[in-house]
Every structure is written in structure tokens, then in C-alpha cells.
Design a protein around this ligand. Structure first.
Ligand code: FMN
Length: 368
């Protein structure tokens, strides 16, 4: 297996990385009261030491009372949490890595199984987290303005702390995606509408504010998914034309890199070719893209939550698509969660040492 294509450096604005491997953002809930601990710093540092090019943090929530449903998801606001993140980025840099926080507002959520709830109701475009599921309030104009400002502040703080990039979480049915999806955005004002470009207005305003706060030379990523955890086969954009009309305004607002979330990277996005989501996004926008989804593993991640184990699998198809120029970067989730040295093992062709993924890896921050 020739994997040289994965080990070429990549540079875009503030982002200079030694290879094409990205650690996918993965919520771990190991930050008590939202404060990342030294163990969290050690967890990310191990991945940097293991040769990951770019680490995207677990989703870390912006400064809104109800941006999270989990007391142990890290905050990206407040002096104590930001001091924790300062340790993370300093340590990752010292180990030769690069990193960006994934900035997150969960929107309308299920209540967490721990029983913890935020001090204010969840907020979203129409109070709905998925079709027919109301568990919070419909955002007012001033809520929307405050959330946009909070995303901008978090991005500015990330730059100030020395992070190399930021990623906006616009995928998987959370707040930004709740605005995109017609099933959860029933608004009749300027943030709603029949078409995807109309429902993209909130995301566009967030991107513009982030861009305004970080300046032109800082790399900004957005993560998007056509699928929702409540609707695997959903397509926000049903044709390449609809995808173009969705993504180009996001690019114009300030996005440098589209992180195109799929459950399985090899699945074609539309019938007319074998291009995946990242392939289409790159073709339609000319922007850099990240692919993700079951790279190096036999099973996909949502089944993993239900306990399904996965075995290591070949990277040949990934390499074929990368060499064809479909995408620029490849994000890897579970393999890096289970094994901090996954990237180094791939680089050194130590294939027989690769580990599979079992749910056990979710129980702790695996350090070795
Ligand atoms: C434990 C776990 C937590 C996750 N948390 C997030 C998250 O906070 N933000 C996000 O965008 N995706 C999250 N994901 C999805 C991953 O980023 C990734 O897209 C998915 O696991 C597919 O990659 P993989 O097949 O290499 O694991 C999570 C996945 C896992 C396994």
C-alpha cells in the first residue's frame, strides 16, 4: 500500500501542516464543568506526537447559556476554560502538531442522560431538534444576533490563544444545521425560507462575523453533513446545482475549507459519478476539502455508538481518490481515538500493528 500522497505537506493561510491527516472532532465529555483538564491536553498531545497533521478538537461550546446539553463538554469561553485550551495548544505545538477548536452550539437537544440541564431552555430556529421533537425555544432576532457574536468571539479567542485554524460545526443536526434543514427550520422571517440558500442565511452571518473577527489570513473551516443522525439518507442538496447554490455563498462569506462529513467516504454523493461529498464540494467551489467516514475501518461511527466493533481496513480506495485530486485532507476519527500512533504506523507501513475499534475506547481518554 503506497500512502505517500497522505504525507505531503499542506499550507493554506495560517494553516501549515506536515501531512494530510486530520483528527476528526470527537466529543469526549472529559472536561468537568466545561474546563479542559491536563489529561485532555495530554490526550491531544499524544495524537500530535503520533504525527497527526491537524487536530480538530472535540466540539467545544460558545458563550450561550444553553449551547450545551452536557456539563462535561468543554467550553470555549470563560477565563478558566480558555486557560485550559491555552495549555492544550501550547503542548500540541510543542509536539509538532497543529490544531483548531471545533466551535459548537448544539441548538435544540435531547436532555442528557445524566439529568443535567442548562439554566435556560435550549434554543433553535423553530424549537425543534428533529421532525416533531420540540424541546426548547424559537430564537428571537436578538438571540440570533447574540449567538452570531458569540461564534465571532470564540473564533477571535482561538486566534488569540495561538490555534492554527477554527472549525465551525455546521453538521449533524446541531444549531447551524438546524437552520439549514427544512424539517427543523420553519421560520417565516429572513432566516427561514423554502430554499436551502435562504435557510443558509444564519450560517452565512456566522461565517461573516467569524471572518470579520479573525481577519483575512486565518484559515476558517466549516463542517457540513447532508445526513442527520435522525435521517441517514437525508440530502440537504439533492443535486449538484443545489449543492453549488448552497456552498458558494458560504465560501463567499469566508470559508476556506469544507469538511464534508459522511458516514462512509466511498459513497457517491449523486448518481452521475463516483465523487463523494468532499469531491463535489471541491469541484463546485474550488475550495480545499476534507473527507471523512470509516477511513481505515470496516464499520461506521453511528453503529459504533450502539456497540458495533470495527476491524482495520485497506486505505487503497482513499489513496486512489486522493491521487485523483478529489480532496485535500482526510479526517480520521475512531482509529485515532483508539490509537494515538495510528498516523505514525501508517507512515511507517506498520500495518500489522493497526488496531480495530471497540466501544471500550470511549470509556477513557486513551493515552497510549
Ligand atoms: C466518540 C465520537 C464523538 C464524536 N463527536 C463529534 C463532534 O463533537 N463533532 C463532530 O463534528 N463530529 C463528531 N463525531 C463524528 C466524527 O468526527 C467522525 O465524523 C466520525 O466518527 C466518522 O469518522 P470515523 O469513521 O473515522 O470514526 C464523533 C464521533 C465519535 C466516534
Amino acid at each position: 500500500m503506497q500512502t505517500d500522497t497522505l504525507f505531503r505537506p499542506f499550507s493554506l493561510k495560517s494553516l501549515n501542516i506536515k501531512n494530510r491527516i486530520v483528527m476528526a472532532p470527537m466529543t469526549r465529555s472529559f472536561s468537568p464543568n466545561g474546563i479542559p483538564t491536563d489529561t485532555v491536553a495530554a490526550y491531544y498531545t499524544k495524537r500530535a506526537y503520533g504525527e497527526v497533521g491537524l487536530i480538530l478538537s472535540e466540539g467545544t461550546v460558545i458563550n450561550r447559556v444553553s449551547s450545551s446539553n452536557d456539563a462535561n463538554v468543554p467550553h470555549f469561553h470563560g477565563a478558566e476554560a480558555l486557560a485550559g485550551w491555552q495549555k492544550v495548544i501550547s503542548s500540541v505545538h510543542a509536539s509538532g502538531g497543529a490544531m483548531g477548536p471545533q466551535l459548537w452550539h448544539m441548538g435544540i437537544m435531547d436532555n442528557h442522560h445524566s439529568g443535567w440541564v442548562p439554566a435556560e431552555p435550549f434554543e433553535g430556529p423553530s424549537g425543534m431538534g428533529r421532525p416533531g421533537f420540540v424541546n426548547g425555544k424559537t430564537m428571537t432576532d436578538s438571540d440570533i444576533a447574540d449567538v452570531i457574536a458569540a461564534f465571532g468571539q470564540a473564533a477571535a479567542d482561538a486566534k488569540e490563544l495561538g490555534f492554527d485554524t477554527i472549525e465551525l460545526h455546521g453538521a449533524h443536526g446541531y444549531l447551524i444545521d438546524q437552520f439549514f434543514w427544512e424539517e427543523t427550520n420553519k421560520r417565516t422571517d429572513i432566516f427561514g425560507g423554502k430554499t436551502l440558500p435562504e435557510r443558509s442565511r444564519f450560517g452565512i452571518e456566522v461565517i461573516k462575523e467569524v471572518r470579520r473577527r479573525v481577519g483575512p489570513d486565518f484559515a476558517v473551516i466549516i463542517r457540513l453533513s447532508q445526513f442527520k443522525p435522525s435521517a441517514y439518507d437525508n440530502k440537504l442538496a439533492k443535486t449538484p446545482q443545489e449543492m453549488e447554490a448552497w456552498l458558494n455563498p458560504l465560501a463567499d462569506a469566508g470559508i476556506d475549507i469544507f469538511h464534508c462529513s459522511q458516514r462512509r467516504f466511498w459513497e457517491p454523493e449523486f448518481a452521475e459519478s463516483d465523487l463523494n461529498f468532499a469531491g463535489w464540494a471541491k469541484k463546485l467551489t474550488g475550495k480545499a476539502t476534507i473527507t471523512v467516514g470509516s477511513i481505515g475501518l470496516t464499520g461506521e461511527f453511528l453503529a459504533a455508538f450502539a456497540g458495533e466493533s470495527s476491524e482495520p481496513s485497506s486505505l487503497d480506495e482513499l489513496v486512489r481518490r486522493m491521487e485523483r485530486g478529489d480532496f485535500d485532507l482526510v479526517a480520521v476519527g475512531r482509529p485515532l481515538l483508539a490509537d494515538p500512533s495510528w498516523t505514525r504506523k501508517i507512515h511507517e507501513s506498520r500495518t500489522s500493528e493497526l488496531k480495530g475499534f471497540t466501544k471500550e475506547a470511549l470509556r477513557e481518554l486513551v493515552l497510549d
